[in-house]
Design a protein around this ligand. Structure first.
Ligand code: DGT
Ligand code: CA
Ligand code: CA
Ligand code: ZN
Length: 575
């Protein structure tokens, strides 16, 4: 049982109770419980197991007992009974974009729809459009949602599988027959989404290790188990491959299975030009004996190349740069001194100003930028002028109590449809900084959307642009926007572009950062945290910044507190 497992069961209970028309307060209690479990700053699973959850805000008596049962036995009778009242396929329906509990319930009651297959058939037969509250448009939207879900069926978010990869890596590391362990493949390259996981281990007992791999607690079923490789399906549906090689083969296998395939093809042809043949087990060829390879870097060195960090291995110019010794020195997590764009309980965040600041201090940061929503984002409880001014005062008061830390007062101000901002300049001028974001009217044409965003960036108070495309990976397509023009406008207006590191966003996309960097546009690695735990996503942001070829000097929040204070005080055109 992990924290996430506990939270998911509580959320599922909330959905089931909603389908049963239960008391909304009860439903909300389960939802809040799930949030609390996710964000609780402590060993919540251990505490639940030992029945020590007393006195935690958001977890009442009933929930406490259920969490104890769940954590100590791995299941919950109440949950299983509820589940058995509904067909199991009904849960798939919640994954379709645009279908919430109310619609799922209506579909189930009116047409006994209890799976995606049922839903698709009903849409195609035109039965959905006639239901009260649905209509033609909704029916088309549902069909699009089903198609989108099918494309993403075997794809996972880098950010959401990272804890799982760390768990499996450390379990493998503990195995007495294993000397070296690494995740490889798209995960190691920090691709924003991943199809399957690839693990590599060095061992003298490959068959034995493969068998043990299939017995890991995260495994749901075995796909194949051989003498040197195994494939399993994990409980979350992700396929996971293991290859067991000798210690001498390990660097070659690691290089090969890290990919990308395009990078490997280019590397292999470079090797051939030098009379070396390279595969996943080693070098062969006349000169092969000249090279001693203990580490991956030795392979690149043998080919006359600098070591290429895994994030860059996409065959987008990194091999040429490695040959010319011009690879960028990529930014590192330890170089971050602070971060911007974070929410609190004032809008749609779950933690207070003070709690967010404390977490930032614990993460070793010197400053934290707050940016709650503005009034146009009413669904997110956006702040009006008066509440924003009160927050500025609250931040000043807290700042008086910190010695070596500072909160920056900001706003995530909505960009209206016409590119004007949700606050007047007079209000914006009172802030330390400001993130401008699009949160509505997503369907503008590319031209109109680009013009809208550029107009916002032209405002002298807009420090940075939030989530450039609004995409939600595996869920919502980006809105149409011309990246090249946005980057040019950012360069001209000295506006920073954020790398929003919410696992579902990772927006701006990594493929655009090198262009931005070369035009002198700064990147701010922003977690868009809605809770203290959300701040931890800066680590994910750094991986994507690296993938985008960004160096320390390209990232705003590597500046120290005193540097950033000076920077923010300057007028935009002097930055
Ligand atoms: P994905 O789709 O997210 O799993 O992406 P990868 O890159 O992890 O792809 P995967 O798992 O199919 O293979 C892992 C690595 O193994 C891949 O990045 C490069 C290497 N590889 C796989 N097939 C080939 C191939 O046919 N030729 C070469 N040169 N390398 C390959
Ligand atoms: Ca893979
Ligand atoms: Ca694979
Ligand atoms: Zn936003």
């Amino acid at each position: 049982m992990t924290r996430e497992n506990l939270a998911e069961v509580l959320e599922e209970i909330a959905l089931l109770l909603e389908l049963k028309n239960e008391n909304p307060f009860k439903i909300r209690a389960y939802r809040q419980g799930a949030e609390t479990v996710r964000n609780y700053d402590g060993e919540i699973v251990e505490l639940a197991k030992n029945n020590q959850l007393t006195g935690i805000k958001g977890i009442g008596e009933a929930l406490r007992d259920k969490l104890h049962e769940l954590a100590s036995t791995g299941k919950l009778e109440f949950h299983e009974k509820l589940r058995s009242e509904f067909p199991s396929g009904i849960f798939e329906l919640f994954d379709v974009q645009g279908l919430g509990p109310k619609k799922v319930k209506a579909l189930y009651e009116a047409l006994a729809i209890s799976s995606i297959a049922d839903l698709k058939a009903a849409c195609e037969a035109g039965k959905i459009a006639g239901l009260p509250g649905f209509g033609d448009k909704t029916q088309t939207k549902i069909l699009e949602g089903i198609a989108l879900r099918a494309t993403f069926a075997d794809t996972f978010l880098l950010g959401s599988i990272t804890p799982l990869v760390e768990e499996i890596t450390s379990l493998l590391r503990l195995h007495p027959e294993i000397s070296r362990v690494s995740a490889a493949g798209s995960f190691r390259r920090a691709k924003e989404t991943v199809h399957d996981l690839d693990f590599l281990v060095a061992t003298r007992s490959p068959a034995f290790v493969c068998e043990d791999f299939t017995k890991l607690p995260q495994v749901d079923s075995i796909i194949v188990c051989g003498d040197t490789k195994a494939s399993v399906r994990l409980k979350n549906g992700l396929q996971c491959d293991l290859r067991a090689v000798s210690n001498a083969q390990f660097p070659f296998a690691l290089q090969y299975f890290t990919g990308s395939k395009d990078h490997n093809v280019a590397i292999r042809s470079l090797a051939l030009k030098q009379g070396l043949s390279l595969n996943e087990y080693g070098f062969t060829g006349e000169t092969a004996a000249n090279f001693e390879v203990n580490e991956e870097a030795d392979i690149y060195r043998a080919l006359g190349l600098d070591f290429i960090p895994p994030e860059l291995r996409e065959n987008r110019g990194e091999i040429e740069a490695a040959a010319e010794h011009t690879l960028p020195k990529l930014v590192e997590l330890t170089q971050l001194r602070g971060t911007f764009h974070n929410h609190t309980t004032a809008s749609d965040g779950h933690d207070t100003l003070e709690a967010m600041a404390d977490e930032a201090i614990d993460l070793g940061l010197q400053y934290l930028g707050i940016a709650d929503h503005s009034k146009a984002s009413f669904q997110a409880n956006g702040l009006d002028e008066q509440r924003l001014l009160a927050q500025i005062d609250a931040i000043a008061l807290l700042n008086a109590g910190y010695e070596k830390f500072r909160l920056f007062a900001g706003s995530e101000v909505d960009i209206h449809k016409d590119g004007t901002l949700d606050f007047d300049d007079a209000i914006l001028a009172k802030l330390d900084y400001c993130v401008a974001s699009v949160h509505a009217s997503f369907t503008l044409s590319e031209d109109d959307m680009t013009r809208r965003i550029c107009r916002a960036m032209e405002n002298e108070h807009v420090t940075m642009l939030g989530h450039v495309t609004g995409r939600l990976l595996l869920k919502r397509e980006p809105y149409a926007v011309n990246h090249a023009m946005i980057i040019d406008c950012a360069a001209e207006t000295r506006t920073i572009i954020e790398l929003n590191c919410g696992p579902q966003r990772l927006d701006m996309d990594w493929r655009w950062w090198k262009r931005a960097r070369d035009k002198g546009v700064l990147c701010s690695i922003n977690p868009d945290a809605h809770s203290t735990m959300g701040l931890h996503h800066i680590a994910l942001g750094v991986r994507l910044a690296r993938k985008g070829s960004l160096r320390k000097q390209d990232v705003l929040n590597t500046k120290t507190l005193s540097e950033i204070e000076t920077f923010l005080k300057k007028p935009k055109d002097k930055r």
